[in-house]
Design a binder for this molecule. Structure first.
Ligand code: BTN
Length: 245
């Protein structure tokens, strides 16, 4: 069940999340967004039970009914500024909302993984279809430790594992939406500075894939387009997509 009252009481945005569709169960909120190409700017699709979630790089996104926050916001391409840093700014909005509402300091792994105690608690998948960017957000909220199986137990965590307090999904959802609407209007410099401050691997040794090989380097920061700056040997190179380890 979705508690509309809690959602509405907490929603302070003007546009984002005002047009809203709830699904008790759905394969993927991003997938549903793609069937909805007349939606209002800021239209939000939310489900309590996402059964076939998509992650970045064709991965699957693991969700648990009533414990994961899984939603997509549809942005009309003509209505937004800061398009080029949309992945980074979405992670900034999530981290800000979590800090404001539950006073937890999350970090960000380039470009937009939400990290807590060096484990991933959330991710963002942005897809483009027709005149929309579909911003899909998945966050592990109320999962217990034994609910992550196999490799996931080593790399994933949830807010509950850290706080031992169950959260109302509707409340956090509304607060992320509020923060997203505010952040998207901020100037780029301000957003990128915040991102860098929350980066969990600044000046650290990392690895990334380049031309089919795993390359080592040092993460030096981001440029004005949000690309990762990595020092390999004596050169600094920028990468615009991929995963860093
Ligand atoms: C990642 O791989 O880090 C991104 C995960 C994004 C998952 C979210 S959950 C809501 C939305 N719908 C999907 O199918 N995927 C995104």
């Amino acid at each position: 069940m979705f508690d509309y009252k809690i959602y509405e009481e907490n929603l302070k945005s003007k546009v984002f999340g005002r047009s809203f569709k709830y699904f008790k169960k759905i394969k993927s909120t991003n997938g549903e967004a793609k069937n909805n190409l007349n939606a209002a700017h800021g239209h939000l699709i939310f489900t309590n039970n996402q059964t076939d979630g998509k992650g970045r790089r064709n991965n699957k996104w693991f969700s648990l009914p009533n414990k994961s926050l899984t939603f997509s916001i549809m942005l009309n391409k003509n209505e937004i500024i800061n398009k080029d840093i949309l992945p980074l700014l979405t992670s900034v909005a999530i981290v800000k909302a979590i800090k404001k509402k539950i006073n937890i300091n999350c970090k960000i792994k380039w470009p937009n993984d939400i990290m807590l105690n060096d484990k991933k608690i959330g991710g963002v998948l942005i897809e483009s279809k027709s005149n929309y960017y579909i911003v899909g957000v998945g966050l592990n909220i109320n999962h217990q430790e034994n609910e992550f199986n196999g490799n996931l137990s080593k790399i994933a965590s949830s807010i509950y594992i850290h706080t031992k307090t169950k959260l109302k999904l509707e409340k956090l959802l509304a607060n992320i939406v509020n923060e997203f609407e505010l952040t998207i209007k901020k100037d780029k410099k301000n957003i990128l500075e915040y991102w860098l401050d929350k980066c969990n691997h600044l000046n650290k040794s990392i690895k990334f894939h380049r031309k089919g090989k795993l390359v080592s380097g040092k993460f030096m920061g981001i440029n004005k387009n949000g690309e990762a700056l990595i020092k390999t040997n004596k050169k600094i190179i920028s990468i615009s997509s991929g995963v860093i380890y």
